[in-house]
Design a binder for this molecule. Structure first.
Ligand code: ATR
Length: 285
């Protein structure tokens, strides 16, 4: 969608391959309109073999863009090609937000901040516990492990079907992070105050495995990074068992905030209006 604002203001992108299902243009478009900022944010598909050239033209100022978001499969390459990746992305080895500043391409990763800001907004006090359990050790769990560690949890238990992948993350993120096979799940859940699902369990047409959440601390919060559907099978189970839950849509919304502020100069708010806009889009597709 191009409108007259684009010719007047700054232009940002979201790139990935494929990219057409991204909801980021809806989010940023809403903020540009409501804050009355001239500019655009649009999906721009780039094939892996073309990504380096795309970043080169961005760095040279030869593209219409001043920065943007990067998603699968380009996050690792975006980190490598950036001139100034920040500490968060250096530890992750991946960046999702790029911006030009003083002629250099800066990069950060806002997924972890999206995760914590969502919980801060929807379940304040979520971080007042020592023990967290993170199910899954794929790309999506990395930024969450980092964010939970940086928030001060003392024990972060990463449980994964393939325990070697969990071990790689434990090695990467330091001695607060422990790796476990699925068989240890009930044991490590004991008295944990935070349970995060980062896997696609129960989302691929297979029934979700039954999880007994009762070992968690009674005031624990259960959250899922999947947001389609909003109430995932694991969240439904946790709710039925009397636990507080937070859905993953807010992580998507909050991870968009730092990028918008960099490109367009104003900090947008995550409110019901932008949330309802995405929910309405999910209902349509
Ligand atoms: P992403 O980057 O989105 O996290 P991923 O790298 O494919 O995606 O990781 C998916 C996660 O879901 C992994 O932790 C995966 O476990 P494995 O590392 O053992 O593959 C987990 N996962 C997916 N399907 C699963 C299933 N049926 N049972 C258990 N874990 C599953």
């Amino acid at each position: 969608m191009h409108d007259s604002r684009e010719t007047l203001g700054r232009n940002a992108f979201v790139t990935g391959y494929p990219i057409k299902h991204s909801r980021s243009p809806l989010i940023h478009g809403h903020w540009l309109r409501t804050l009355d900022i001239p500019g655009s944010y649009r999906a721009h598909e780039v094939k892996p073999e073309d990504f380096q050239a795309f970043i080169q033209s961005l760095k040279e100022g030869a593209s219409p863009f001043i920065g943007g978001n990067v998603t699968i499969p380009h996050k690792e390459m975006a980190f490598k090609l950036a001139d100034r990746p920040d500490e968060l992305s250096q530890e992750l080895g991946a960046s999702n937000t790029l911006w030009l500043e003083d002629g250099l391409l800066h990069a950060t990763n806002t997924d972890g901040r999206g995760f914590t800001a969502n919980l801060d907004q929807r379940h304040p006090g979520w971080d007042k516990s020592d023990r967290a359990v993170i199910l899954g050790a794929g790309g999506a769990s990395r930024a969450i492990i980092q964010a939970v560690r940086d928030r001060g949890f003392r024990e972060i238990h990463v449980v994964n079907r393939t325990v070697e992948r969990a071990q790689e993350l434990a090695d990467r993120f330091g001695n607060k992070v422990k790796a476990h096979p699925m068989a240890d799940l009930a044991e490590v859940m004991r008295n944990a105050g935070l349970f995060v699902n980062t896997t696609s369990l129960g989302m691929d047409g297979e029934p979700a495995p039954a999880i007994d959440f009762s070992p968690l601390a009674s005031n624990a919060v259960v959250t899922d990074i999947v947001y389609v559907p909003l109430k995932t099978p694991l969240l439904a189970q946790a709710e039925e068992q009397g636990f507080a839950t937070v859905d993953g849509l807010g992580m998507l919304l909050h991870q968009a905030v730092p990028g918008f502020e960099k490109w367009f100069g104003k900090r947008p708010v995550v409110d019901d209006a932008v949330r309802d806009l995405i929910i309405a889009d999910m209902d349509r597709h």
